[in-house]
Design a protein around this ligand. Sequence first.
Ligand SMILES: Nc1ncnc2c1ncn2[C@@H]1O[C@H](COP(=O)(O)OP(=O)(O)OP(=O)(O)O)[C@@H](O)[C@H]1O
Ligand SMILES: [Mg+2]
Length: 226
Amino acid sequence: MELMYTGKTKNVYKLPDGMFLLKFKDDMTGKDGVFDPGSNQIGLTVKGAGQSGLRLTAFFFEKLKEKGIPTHYIDSDPEAATMTVKPAKPFGNGLEVICRYRAVGSFHRRYGDYIEEGAALDAFVEVTLKDDQRQDPPISEDALDMLGILSKKDFSTLKALTQEIASLVKALLAAKGLDLYDIKFEFGKSDDRILLIDEISGGNMRVFREGKPVEPFELENIMLSL
Ligand SMILES: Nc1ncnc2c1ncn2[C@@H]1O[C@H](COP(=O)(O)OP(=O)(O)OP(=O)(O)O)[C@@H](O)[C@H]1O
Ligand SMILES: [Mg+2]
């Protein structure tokens, strides 16, 4: 297996048949031991975090498969904390697409003069560049098109997919009494088709229960218990 990329929370390997293997690590984003899905650095390492993230990711990707939503998911190995996926080409150096139901995190930090923290948002979609050095700057549809990163046509596909997937995740959480505040996705292209890639775990969403944040381990426990 060839190591293609060492990420913050996952390593990416190329399998002999050309597929990619994502290995989920026990590292979590945050600061000084405190988890934060909006952070771009490793803040803590917890034994079993990789397996937990993989299990929840596999759960959501299986649900998306049932709905016929195009994703990179092929299969997963919960013990090894790995997932086999179709390789996809990122847009530019990679984009993050965020769907927001509440004004929290970076949204509220930017626009706090105009909106109260926690105010409801209507599946508001925002795109940021994956660029750690520039703190993942938000980017507009026009700028994405002008810079040759994402065409207007692909933007509208991406936005519709984002809202569809976020609303499915939100409904699955709601069925367990959980409230989705925001969620971050990545997309890529394969055979000229836009696919959801990467992961869907506690590491890329903010979830609350009765107004209190639900941490990734607890989220996995709640979602995967009968
Ligand atoms: N199907 C896929 N094809 C190609 N690349 C993928 C695919 N799925 C995920 N990736 C990429 O694999 C990497 C996974 O590693 P990891 O999540 O640790 O990334 P990171 O960029 O270091 O951190 P983060 O995205 O959390 O800021 C990411 O760069 C992601 O974009
Ligand atoms: Mg990542």
